[in-house]
Structures are given as structure tokens and as C-alpha cells.
Design a protein around this ligand. Sequence first.
Ligand SMILES: Nc1ncnc2c1ncn2[C@@H]1O[C@H](COP(=O)(O)OP(=O)(O)OP(=O)(O)O)[C@@H](O)[C@H]1O
Ligand SMILES: [Mg+2]
Length: 501
Amino acid sequence: MEKSPLIEARGIHKRFLAVHALNDVSASFHGGEVVAVMGENGAGKSTLMKCLAGVYVPDEGEIRFEGQPVSIPSVNRASELGIAFIHQELNLADNLSVGANIFLGREPRKLGPLGIIDDAEIRRRTAVLIDQLGMQFSPDTRVSDLTIGHQQMVEIAKALSQDARILIMDEPTSSLTRHETDVLFKLVAELRAKGLCIVFISHRLAEVQEIADRVIVLRDGKNSGELPREEIDHDRMVSLMVGRDLNVHHSKQENSAGENVRLRVSALRVEHAPDEEVSFELRGGEIVAMAGLVGAGRTELAQALFGVDRVLGGKIEVEGEPVTIRNPRDAIAAGIAYVPENRKEHGAIVEMTIRDNVVMAGLDRYQQLGFVQQARHEQVAVEAKEQLNIKTPTVAKEVGLLSGGNQQKVVLAKWISLGPKVFLLDEPTRGIDVGSKSEIYEVIEGMAQDGAAILFISSEMEEVLRVADRILVMHEGKLAGELMGDAMTEERVMQLATGNQ
Ligand SMILES: Nc1ncnc2c1ncn2[C@@H]1O[C@H](COP(=O)(O)OP(=O)(O)OP(=O)(O)O)[C@@H](O)[C@H]1O
Ligand SMILES: [Mg+2]
């Protein structure tokens, strides 16, 4: 490609106090091209994108647009240049409708720019966009009533409505289903054909291989290398990202931790599917994966067990004792921990430090320690940081300032430090890089070996097959089946998940 790039970063530096997030990074992006930016959690991917999108101004270096040096001091300037940016942590107004979000601040109006907002026009244009994305919800739906996958689609619709020339998507697929991802990729291919430049960040190597024309890899804030289309393969991407080969051995163990039932759920009914009764057991030492299509009711089931959603009927026993769970406090007291799918909602409090987040769930316990509390907090948090390899100079840093993957690790750390008997994990590795994923599996396996029972909800087949001792599959609010041993195959999971026996 000899034409000058549409947008180009040259020798960019960006520092945040002790962190040199971008250290002499250069990257160029052309029209008609899909470029994947990859790297471990905290490598600097989001920071680079934010420099291109007017969120951050680089400390040093130059940005060129169509060959000319430009400064992009604001998001508005970026929009004027035709740069649309979809944040990793979605940026929607939860209490507004889909349409209101898409046209927020640039609402079509009747009778000129000072006229009243033309709701009918918003609805009409929103419906067209939603349809283009293959989605089914109404333009009037409140964003808070959508799944995160659908919220992601709203962000994409918003970017499309701006007629961007450069579309930057920071982990657009991490909360999408396979079907939604297919729809998105089809759209990306169409936009590429129209000459747009699409930049996207993903930790899913298979997806990158599928859609990217070129891969740019960052490591520790520096350029680590680039791969043209024909050189994109799993091993090359991994070695540029982590600088070593990963051992992806299956460390799954024959289960010896015993028969003791940690959690027994009998005829449980939840609001999501009030007519279905769900029953299953989790034993200590066991990792049970819960597979299913998005919307099958897995999250709702976990939320009911954790007291977030209402339990309508049935029985829950922890270690043989019946328990009543009306709220998360009851669940925690019973020894149940929950890592939510949506880390913003029930996960981390981003305005608080890593330390305070990590010890928050166990405050009652640490309070008993009286005056040694502070030191103990620090110690628990530092241990968690090391165990999960959270990338930060100090546990006194605000969680909101960490990279996305590292925020997810904080959510995990918070619950791990409680040492729960029953651990409900809902898509725990969303946004986590390949190397850290293995580390997280190891931590979870360690917890199982120490006797915890683990329910591992995941939509990533690879991961389900890798970590599970047993697989429960949900379909439309009920348990469609259970798979063990040789029956744990992708085909069987998909059959059950789609309602076939
Ligand atoms: N506003 C900020 N203040 C302080 N530190 C920051 C800020 N933004 C980013 N950082 C730090 O800069 C580094 C790079 O972060 P960045 O978000 O770019 O990583 P990333 O490659 O997007 O990672 P992930 O895959 O986890 O999303 C991290 O160490 C992060 O903690
Ligand atoms: Mg990021």
C-alpha cells in the first residue's frame, strides 16, 4: 500500500505518573483496511486509540491525518475528522432509550436547528440502524434493559450514524455472541469495501485471523511488531505479545477432592423463566462449566443464587444446610461469591482504589481485626495483585485508571480473597489477554483443589472445554443437559444449547 495512510501515529509518548503507557509508538492505518491492535492487558492499546480519538493528547510525537500533521485535542475534533471511537467500557446513558443515545447531542429537529426534537425521525433512523445490525429490539428500549452485547451494538450503531471514515473499536466483540460477532464482521467487511479504515482491539486470536488485514502488536507500551495478512497466525501473534511461547497444557485433574456437595439447588425458579425448575449440584473440588447461548438464563440463575435477582421457589442448600438468599449479603454469609458478567454494575467501584475494592467484600471479616485492619488490607491487596498479576505500580491506584483487563482481575481478586465455598463466575475472562487467561484458570483450579465448588459460566467454547470437569448446558431457562467425560465436545454443547437433544 503506497498511498499515504489515512491516519498515522509517529513516535507517540504518553505517561501517567509512574506509568509510561506509550513509549515511542508508531502505527499507520489506511482506508479500506481492517487493522487489529493486539497486546497483553496494560500494553497500551486503549491509550493509543484514545490518542487518535482526541481523548488524550500525547506528551510527545505526532499524529498525521492524510499525510498532514494534525492536533486532535478533543473528541469533537476527532468527529470532525471522521474518527469514531467505541470505548472498551461502554459509554451510554443507561436511563435513556436506544434512539436517544444514538443521537444524543445531535438530535434531528423539526423546523431547523432550534426546533423541537423530532422523535419520530430519531425512531425511524434508529430502526434502520438496528436493522442493519441484524438486531431486533425497539428504538424505544431503555439501554439499561439491554444485555451488554446489545448495548455494544448500540454503540456501533451510534458510530455508524456519524458517517465515520475511521472506526475504532476497543474490544467490540468481548461481550457479543458468536452470532452477533458474525453480524458485526459482515458489516466490517462492507465498511472496508466502502473504503473505511477499521481499527479494532481483540484478545481473541481466531477472530483476528478471520477479519484482520494486518496486525499491530504492542508490548509494555512499545511497538513489538506487525504481521501482514499472510503472516497472521496464532503462534506469531502470541510470541509478539508475550515474547515467549505459552504452554497451553490441560492441567485438568482427575477429581479427587471428594464427593462433598457444596451447593445443591432443587427445583429453583427465578424471575427470568418462572415456569422452569432448575436442579443441580456442585461438589467441592469441581469446576462445572455452564454453557448456553446468550439469553439462555445463565446470568439470571447465577444472580438469583447470589441474591441479586428474586428467587420464586425451590430450595438452595450450602454444605447440606438450607439457606435463604434475599440479597448478596445473605449469599456472602452463606459462602457464595459471584463475579458478575458486567463489571461496571456489580463488579468494581471504579472510583475506589484497588486495595479498597479487593477488601470490600470481606469488610466484616477484616473489621474484627481491629487496629491491624489497615495493614491487613494492604497485605491482602498486595497478595491479590501478585497472584493475579495485576499490572499497576501500587494497590493505591484507582481501579478506573487500570486497563480493562486489569479491572477485570480486580473483580476476581475481590472475591478470591474471601475464599468462598461456592464460586459463581460469569464470563470471568472477558477482556483478559491470552497469557493472563491461563493464569486465571490456574488460580481457579487452585481454588477448586482447595475445596471450593466452582460454577464457570462462559460463552467461549475453547475455555469451557479446557477448564470444565463437567458441563451443564442451559437452553431457554432450563437445564438442557449435562455432559461428562468424552461427551464434552463442542458438537454436543451446541446441540444442547440450541435445543436439540
Ligand atoms: N488515565 C490513566 N491514569 C493512569 N494510568 C493509566 C490511565 N490510563 C491508562 N493507564 C495505564 O496505562 C497502561 C496502559 O493501559 P491501556 O488501557 O492502554 O492498556 P490496554 O492495552 O488497553 O489493556 P487491556 O487489554 O487490559 O484493555 C496501564 O498500565 C494503565 O494502568
Ligand atoms: Mg484496553
